[in-house]
Ligand binder design. Structure first.
Ligand code: PCA
Length: 221
């Protein structure tokens, strides 16, 4: 049972983009909506895949929910694993137009703000726990330069500036769904139920692990 005092987890997913009809990030978020994980209740919010507008919807959700944990999800078509992101960078550089036709090139996400922020999620503990649960996962060192990185950066900038110590946040990219991969032969995919189980485990880890593991998750290139 939950009460008004139950801590809240904001879990965001994106609407479909790039002419797709589904986005697993929203399918996973809405599947977890209302669940209580490690004593906190998940609130799913859908973000538009639009530069600027996505940030505004995120801001509204942060203000109205006052969450104690924020995890944003996005699709990384072609990835085969659940990938907690390490770093958000202050750049919008769009290879394709967003859902409003905007295609910024080398614009800052937030003017005159720091070059980058690190995730404050225990990304290495998440990866280890996911693997131990039989779910493929790796730390990612780039969230790209499209709307996902834009939202990730905006989130970390807000959390760093808000007088809300202890609110952790970050971003997790997830693979395509099998029905998406079926239209792109050779593309990696992961079933929705596996993705949901993975994000549930990632949330549980974020709620219970304070200090991240000091464990190698580097890449040579
Ligand atoms: N993936 C895109 C934007 C929305 C989404 O789900 C990205 O990785 O930037």
């Amino acid at each position: 049972m939950t009460t008004v005092d139950t801590p809240r987890i904001l879990l965001t997913g994106f609407e479909p983009f790039d002419q797709d009809s589904v986005n697993p990030s929203w399918e996973v978020a809405r599947a977890l909506h209302g669940e209580t994980i490690a004593g906190a209740q998940v609130h799913a919010v859908q973000l538009p895949c639009v530069f600027g507008a996505a940030m505004e919807v995120l801001d509204e959700a942060l203000a109205s929910l006052q969450p104690s944990l924020v995890i944003s999800l996005g699709l990384a078509g072609g990835r085969s694993e659940i990938t907690p992101e390490r770093v958000a960078i202050n750049i919008d550089d769009a290879r394709i137009p967003d859902n409003a036709g905007k295609q910024p090139i080398d614009a800052p996400v937030v003017d005159k703000a720091p070059a980058a922020y690190f995730s404050t999620l225990p990304i290495k503990a998440m990866v280890r726990n996911l693997r131990e649960a039989g779910l493929p996962a790796s730390v990612s060192n780039t969230a790209g330069t499209f709307v996902c990185n834009h939202v990730f950066y905006a989130l970390m900038h807000r959390l760093a500036r808000r007088a809300a110590p202890g609110v952790r946040g970050g971003f997790i990219h997830i693979p395509a769904l099998p029905q998406q991969a079926a239209r792109h032969p050779g593309m990696a995919s992961m079933a929705l139920e596996t993705q949901v189980a993975g994000i549930r485990e990632a949330i549980r880890t974020a709620m219970t692990v304070q200090q991240d593991l000091l464990e190698n998750a580097g890449q040579l290139h």
